[in-house]
Design a protein around this ligand. Structure first.
Ligand SMILES: C[S@@+](CC[C@H](N)C(=O)[O-])C[C@H]1O[C@@H](n2cnc3c(N)ncnc32)[C@H](O)[C@@H]1O
Length: 237
């Protein structure tokens, strides 16, 4: 069984106690169908070493394998899609880094076992890059990034949204501020009825914009990147 406690100091400073495997599986079973949807997004706001995200990734990769194991191309693209759907925040930089490493090791072991000779380092680099963006060292209460002393910085937590809008190898990245996403989401029911989709004044109000991809109102992205082959996503900065 994996260790649940590192030091008493870390428990008292940051409430750091990791969840045991049995509880992780039981809790994931409560949302079992979502764990089987390859692109269903999960955010763990106190991610620790990533036990919940690892369980969800395992379940998603099992689905990818059962559907796409005969084609290395399809398997690789869908395994990358599974990885893009997982997000985490932790206030401790070492935990965030261990989380990234744990998720990468799990992903790479499956990827290498299924794709064998066709497994390649470009895809591995893309997987590491996605984890670097999706697992953030920050304060989930203030929604700001933190420094090495766990103090809030001036930088808000920003998450990348990854999609494959044309269902081919091209990936689209848009960055959103987490505080805006959460605020707009909680306000959405209030504004949704009042908003006229085609009214520019309404669209500019309160950071909303009309999303041509989903055809819905969404908070404005802080950054948008050109479509690019997912193996080359590092080129987008
Ligand atoms: C109880 S542990 C749970 C870790 C993991 N979710 C699990 O179940 O194994 C709490 C984690 O939250 C982190 N943490 C504490 N305060 C936080 C905050 N304000 N923002 C983000 N992470 C925080 C700690 O560093 C620790 O890794």
């Amino acid at each position: 069984m994996a260790k649940q406690v590192k030091t008493k100091q870390r428990i008292s400073d940051h409430g750091e106690v990791f969840t045991a495997e049995r509880e992780v599986k039981a809790m994931c079973d409560l949302v079992a169908d979502e764990c089987l949807r390859i692109d269903s997004r999960f955010l763990e706001p106190a991610v620790g070493e990533g036990v919940f995200l690892a369980e969800i990734l395992s379940r998603k990769l099992a689905v990818v394998k059962s559907k796409y194991k005969k084609s290395a191309y399809d398997y690789e693209r869908n395994a990358i899609l599974a990885l893009t759907s997982l997000y985490g925040v932790d206030i401790l930089a070492d935990n965030a880094e261990i989380c990234r490493e744990n998720l990468f090791a799990l992903w790479d072991a499956e990827y290498t076992a299924v794709c064998k000779k066709e497994a390649n380092d470009e895809a591995r680099t893309a997987a590491r890059y996605i984890l670097q963006k999706n697992i953030v060292c920050g304060n989930a209460l203030s929604l700001m990034c933190v420094d090495e002393n766990q103090q809030d910085t001036e930088t808000p937590i920003i998450f990348a949204e990854w999609t494959f809008p044309f269902n081919d190898a091209r990936i689209k990245r848009r960055d959103f501020r987490l505080d805006v996403l959460l605020k707009e989401n909680s306000n959405k029911s209030n504004y949704a009825e009042e908003q006229n989709l085609f009214d520019d004044v309404a669209l500019n109000y309160n950071n909303w914009t009309f999303d041509p991809i989903t055809k819905k109102l969404i908070p404005k992205p802080v950054n948008e990147y050109p479509l690019i082959h997912y193996r080359r996503i590092t080129e987008n900065g």
